[in-house]
Design a protein around this ligand. Structure first.
Ligand SMILES: [Zn+2]
Length: 180
């Protein structure tokens, strides 16, 4: 089970924060049973691809916690890392903005400066389009002003102009939506 730590938008920020203030990652409650005391349980190493951001890929330390009440562990991911993908949200955001601006998948792959292949971009985009009614429903509950934007392109263009994709996905994840 993972909890997403808000407002950590880069791996650099995560590494610094983890070094200087590891206690800030400790959840206030166990996500399984809501018990209020969880113990530090080391870190696991997770691969995160940063080549698209012109930085070397590296293993990232993800803190883990143990709940003595329900005998379970949870990890705390910085917001910049998707729960189930090793590309940072930032990479996906660049690609989605190009597609929302009307670029074809081929043109997006050619101009994004990303190493993500065409098939992956197509898969990300299809899933993003298919999730529109679910995602937009939850996001309008958080941000009623999004209710003015009913059409997909308009909705996402306005939404991503006001907050990063990582924040959008963190909110959806916390609502129980399936996110990549
Ligand atoms: Zn628990």
């Amino acid at each position: 089970m993972a909890i997403i730590f808000p407002s950590i938008l880069s791996l650099l920020h995560h590494n610094e924060n983890l070094r200087n203030d590891p206690e800030s990652y400790r959840p206030k409650r166990c996500p399984g049973c809501s018990h209020t005391i969880v113990w530090c349980h080391g870190c696991y190493l997770r691969k995160a691809d940063r080549k698209d951001l012109n930085e070397p890929s590296e293993l990232v330390h993800i803190p883990r916690f143990y709940c003595p009440e329900c005998d379970s562990t949870c990890s705390v991911l910085p917001e910049c890392i998707p729960p189930r993908s090793w590309y940072l949200w930032k990479v996906r955001q660049i690609i989605f903005l190009l597609l929302l601006a009307g670029n074809s998948v081929n043109r997006t792959v050619a101009t994004s400066g990303s190493r993500v292949c065409r098939q992956t971009v197509q898969r990300w985009w299809r899933r993003f389009l298919d999730s529109f009614s679910d995602y937009s429903f939850h996001l309008r509950n958080h941000f009623p002003w999004l209710g003015r934007h009913t059409e997909l392109i308009d909705f996402w263009t306005k939404c991503l102009a006001s907050m990063p994709l990582s924040t959008v996905m963190r909110l959806l994840y916390e609502e129980g939506c399936s996110v990549p």
